[in-house]
Design a protein around this ligand. Structure first.
Ligand SMILES: Nc1ncnc2c1ncn2[C@@H]1O[C@H](COP(=O)(O)OP(=O)(O)O)[C@@H](O)[C@H]1O
Ligand SMILES: N[C@@H](CCC(=O)OP(=O)(O)O)C(=O)O
Length: 380
């Protein structure tokens, strides 16, 4: 580590220490016993650490796994079910039991909790996303700790998060968190799975994008968690690219991690925080179609805060409605940007290649606007 990085690390740690709104994600592997059942001792000690930060004024959102772990014993299964339908049924039984434990544990500190179950679909649709933001922020304003899990019982197979890592980074964006804390069963990120001899502990990651190729991040080794380290790195990348620091460490180090002490792996933010709307477009929205644009348009978009004008668009790809997220591709088909279309795909067909004057004359004033306005456009 260079001297510069050392002082960067101190600066980023102090941002964590000063963070007011924090999203804390805890994985199944940190809430379970060796047989995979919910371990109440571990849950209560986590709650103790979170409660102490909350009592000190932190606004916390807890993203917690553990519904399947809490449910499979009650249903008479010896082990965590493997097939999706049984996992979903088990989560439906376990989620209530998990929440009941959290409610009781937080109540001992005089803290109230509220449950939010979310599907990937809720994060990819702008209206649901705004709705989730409004509810979460209101809960925080009311001094309640929102407890979030994927809505496993209803999540459809194709678009299921499966693990809660990615979800936690999106929730951190939704609430405009100051920091994301990922709690797991390993003390830090290693250069390769820590069970391998020679695995090197990584304390500070100044640029998560640069480290992605250098680290061998594998799936869950314990069989208790789902995503393993690869989904945690992806979550860290989203959060860091959204302008917030990320701490990854073992769940029993939650207290020092929230306090900004030197534990685990610290990921530095890699750019200033953007608006929640733009972060949603960048990380959560799922375009169904898009526009293929000419070189001039690519240059204008890459050059800075430009809108996509119909004059620079060559073709419309797929079908979409006004307000839907769309890709903007260059002439070789490479993704240049993502944004919200101002027009339906059908309307846009008639606008291709026309400048504002021609649009107004031929189609009317309603069509004299950009295909994608710069306020709803992000480069990728
Ligand atoms: N490069 C790595 N560094 C650290 N841990 C790794 C790495 N690659 C794989 N892992 C594994 O990832 C596991 C954590 O992921 P997982 O079991 O899904 O936990 P959780 O339930 O907290 O999401 C650790 O137990 C560790 O063995
Ligand atoms: N939503 C599932 C979590 C799945 C899971 O194991 O996630 P993780 O521990 O984050 O790898 C549950 O509550 O059981």
């Amino acid at each position: 580590m260079t001297d510069g990085e050392e002082s960067d690390e101190a600066a980023v740690r102090s941002r964590v220490a000063q963070a007011r709104t924090m999203v804390v994600k805890v994985g199944s592997s940190s809430l379970t016993d060796p047989h995979g059942h919910l371990d109440l001792g571990r849950l209560r000690s986590l709650v103790g650490a979170l409660a102490s930060a909350a009592v000190d004024g932190a606004r916390l959102v807890l993203v917690t796994s553990g519904a399947i772990a809490a449910g499979f014993g009650t249903l008479g299964f010896d082990q965590r079910p493997g097939d999706v339908a049984t996992q979903q049924a088990t989560a439906s039984v376990g989620q209530g039991l998990l929440m009941a434990q959290y409610e009781t544990a937080f109540a001992r500190y005089g803290l109230r909790v509220g449950q939010i179950l979310i599907t990937a679909r809720d994060t990819t649709h702008a209206v649901q996303y705004r709705n989730a933001r409004r509810t979460l922020c209101r809960l925080l304003d009311l001094g309640v700790i929102p407890i979030v899990n994927e809505n496993d019982a209803l999540a459809s197979n194709e678009i299921r998060f499966g693990d809660n890592d990615h979800l936690s980074a999106l929730i951190a964006n939704i609430v405009s968190a100051d920091a994301l804390v990922l709690l797991t069963d390993v003390d830090a990120l290693y250069s390769e799975p820590p069970s391998r001899p020679g695995a090197r502990r990584i304390g500070f990651v100044p640029d998560v994008a640069a480290i992605m190729d250098q680290v061998d991040a594998q799936g869950s080794v314990s069989g208790l968690g789902t995503g393993g380290m690869s989904t945690k790195l992806e979550a860290a990348r989203i959060a860091a690219a959204s302008g917030m620091p990320v701490v990854l460490t073992r769940a029993d180090l939650a207290g020092p991690a929230l306090a900004g002490d030197r534990v685990g792996t610290l990921f530095a933010p890699i750019r200033p925080r953007g608006s929640s709307h733009r972060l949603w477009i960048k990380f959560a929205s799922r375009p169904r179609g898009g526009y293929l644009v000419d070189q001039g348009a690519v240059k204008a978009l890459r050059g800075g805060r430009a809108s996509l004008l119909a004059a620079g668009a060559r073709s419309v790809q797929g079908e979409f409605s006004a307000g839907d997220p769309v890709w903007i591709h260059d002439e070789s088909g490479h993704q240049v940007a993502k944004g919200l279309s101002g027009y339906d795909s059908e309307e846009a067909q008639d606008m291709l290649g026309l400048n504002t004057k021609e649009l107004r004359r031929r189609l009317g004033a309603h069509y004299a606007h950009p295909l994608v306005h710069r306020d709803s456009l992000v480069l990728v």
